[in-house]
Design a protein. Structure first.
Length: 169
């Protein structure tokens, strides 16, 4: 009435019934177990895709937007939005940069918005930095203002002004 399921069988997967010419492709005893919609099947974890790399000989004019990671080694004239943005030592960005994590090794002319912003010793930034946390290594060159915000990725979010009580009420 019941048959042993092959799911927990420690045998290698190459010994699956499909590879055996004498085994039927679907047996009535194993069909209910495979067709059971309530059975939990663990899917393999999805690997994180590698960062998109813009090489040092690439010149991009226009805006870029991704939910993934970008590593820029070339020149970009336009805004960039990403999850993790790494600006290489040979890179030059002319535009606004918005990312959860921003690591700057090269040159940016424009505003930087990030939850975590890091200027390494080779960084050159000309523009404002709006951040939640920031690290500036010794030797980095920075001209602009620095502002901390709880939500720096949202351009419309400003620090909420303190409302004074109205004495007329």
């Amino acid at each position: 009435m019941f048959s042993k399921s092959k799911i927990n069988d420690p045998a290698p997967k190459s010994d699956a019934p499909a590879s055996s010419p004498t085994a039927p492709s679907s047996s009535p005893a194993s069909a209910p177990a495979a067709a059971n919609p309530n059975e939990f099947k663990a899917s393999p974890p999805k690997a994180k895709p590698p960062a998109s790399v813009l090489s040092s000989d690439l010149h991009v004019t226009g805006n870029m937007k991704t939910t993934g990671d970008i590593q820029v080694e070339g020149t970009v004239e336009g805004d960039i939005r990403a999850h993790l943005l790494t600006i290489g030592e040979t890179a030059t960005i002319k535009g606004e940069v918005i990312a959860d994590d921003v690591v700057i090794n090269g040159r940016i002319v424009g505003r930087v918005r990030g939850l975590k912003v890091r200027l390494t010793s080779t960084a050159r930034v000309e523009g404002d930095i709006i951040h939640k946390t920031i690290a500036i290594e010794s030797g980095a060159h920075f001209e602009g203002s620095v502002q901390r915000q709880d939500d720096p990725l949202n351009p419309g979010s400003k620090s909420a002004p303190v409302q004074k009580p109205n004495p007329a009420s």
